[in-house]
Design a protein around this ligand. Structure first.
Ligand code: AMP
Length: 458
């Protein structure tokens, strides 16, 4: 099956070719021909299956006939998060490049005035998160009675995030005669009820979760001698330094560790950045754009931050911590080996992770292969060198310090003098972790060759 078999027009086919695709994914092959006829679609598919194009492409085709009227968008796409909405808009920009089509984006972090101008002129496509849409609707200036096509993307995540009452309110503002394209990865009873109430005789298109069909993912485990953060970070660096690691997502179980790992990698010269919910929207979008363009090689994330992000063509997934919930393992590694591409995952496993590993093995029904890396053998401190290190610390009258640590941090009363004792303690602990990560200071430079030496070597 090729895109040319789906009934799409030449303008659209040329944009698809320019995007580098010629074979539709199963959700695209199943949903596009139905959506083109104007029927409702219930798509059961998760991120990574190509579902965004499965509604974007038929929408462009159907909207290419007719024109938008002022303040009356012709189609509406609801997405649970700002990131997901922004990704859908990127899909439109890619595929509608040969069409004259106005698109407005109502999400937090995007200034409202330019979007309002597009709406005032007449938008063919309005992409929004439910809360933002209702805010703007209540302020006036937006009529939803002209919506011909409605898309609900990731309905089960909307449920998780408590958006179902908002969705029901929005659905009641739309004309009953419209096409609805409804996507969800799972079908809990609340979602089934929405479908039964608001869709008209939908055709159901269901595709396997990508991770269950992930023959394209080579899964490895890398055992570390202990569960010390510095041992794990050294093992991670060794795993990244293997051949073929083009780019990757690195998962940590805790948000705090996401920052620590990202900073540690940067200090070791890797192109890495953290993405988590505490960063503001502009920062998250900038980081994601840099990662997509290839400017940034490694993205360190937590499960929550990564969910729903459209990150194409990742060669590797690294699990610094084995997830507490085996399902999360499947979601995480599903970030690689997408759409038939080859991918690899490397999961660090400490002696304390036996149970969590057993749960993963049970769920995926196979044992990931063991990875043996020479560098990782050397990573945990051997007993003698640990003693040497302790001696050298006591000789210097305190804890060994890395070059980034400020002397004030080593003072015993630093926590008391800081604005918050808890914060002070936490940041001291983090700096300590980072300082330890800098390698054995007393002998040589470790990974931290001073810049002046590198310069003179050139
Ligand atoms: P989605 O499930 O929509 O988030 O898409 C997952 C990824 O697959 C995105 O990075 C798309 O760019 C990519 N993709 C979409 N359609 C295709 C296709 N037909 N062939 C290969 N990759 C695709």
């Amino acid at each position: 099956m090729k895109f040319t078999d789906l009934g799409l027009s030449p303008n659209l086919l040329s944009a698809i070719t320019d995007a580098g695709y010629d074979t539709p994914t199963p959700i695209q092959a199943g949903a596009i021909p139905i959506a083109l006829t104007g029927k409702d679609v219930l798509g059961i598919a998760q991120t990574g299956t190509g579902k965004t194009a499965s509604f974007t492409l038929p929408m462009i085709e159907r909207l290419s006939r007719g024109r938008a009227r002022a303040r009356m968008p012709r189609s509406l796409i609801l997405a649970p998060t700002r990131e997901l909405a922004a990704q859908v808009s990127e899909n439109f920009e890619t595929y509608a490049k040969n069409h004259k089509m106005n698109m407005a984006l109502l999400i937090g972090g995007v200034s409202f005035e330019p979007q309002k101008r597009i709406l005032d002129q007449g938008a063919d496509v309005l992409i929004a998160t439910p809360g933002r849409l209702l805010d703007h609707f209540e302020r006036g200036g937006l009529l939803l009675t002209g919506v011909e096509i409605l898309v609900i993307d990731e309905a089960d995540r909307m449920l998780d995030m408590g958006f179902i009452p908002d969705i029901e309110r929005i659905l009641k503002l739309l004309p009953p005669r419209r096409q609805t394209l409804f996507f969800s990865a799972t079908m809990p009873p609340e979602i089934q009820r929405l479908v039964d109430t608001f869709l008209r005789d939908p055709e159901r298109v269901e595709v396997a979760r990508p991770a269950q069909t992930a023959e394209t993912i080579q899964q490895y485990i890398l055992r570390t001698a202990d569960s010390q953060p510095k041992t794990k970070r050294a093992a991670l660096r060794a795993a990244i330094n293997r051949d073929g690691v083009k780019n990757g997502i690195i998962f940590c179980n805790r948000k705090r560790d996401v920052d620590i790992v990202a900073r540690s990698l940067k200090r070791h010269g890797f192109s890495a950045a953290a993405i988590h919910g505490d960063l503001d929207q502009a920062q998250r979008m900038k980081t994601l754009a840099e990662f997509k363009s290839g400017e940034l090689r490694l993205l360190v994330a937590s499960d929550v931050a990564a969910r729903g992000l459209d990150i194409p063509a990742v060669s590797h997934v690294f699990n610094v911590d084995i997830p507490r919930n085996a399902d999360d393992y499947v979601h995480r590694i599903g970030r690689t080996g997408r759409a038939g591409l080859e991918g690899e995952s490397v999961t660090l496993v400490t002696p304390e992770d036996r149970k969590a590993l057993a749960a993963v093995v049970k769920l995926i029904g196979r044992e990931p292969e063991e990875l043996a890396l020479a560098d990782v053998e050397a990573a945990p401190e051997a007993p003698e060198s640990a003693q040497d290190d302790a001696k050298s610390r006591s000789r210097r009258g305190g804890r060994r310090r890395g070059k980034t640590e400020k002397p004030a941090e080593a003072q015993p009363d630093a926590a008391e003098s800081a604005p918050s004792a808890r914060e002070g303690g936490r940041s001291r602990r983090r700096k300590r972790d980072e300082a330890e990560d800098a390698g054995p200071a007393p002998r040589g430079f470790g990974d931290h060759v001073p810049e002046f030496l590198l310069r003179s070597a050139l």
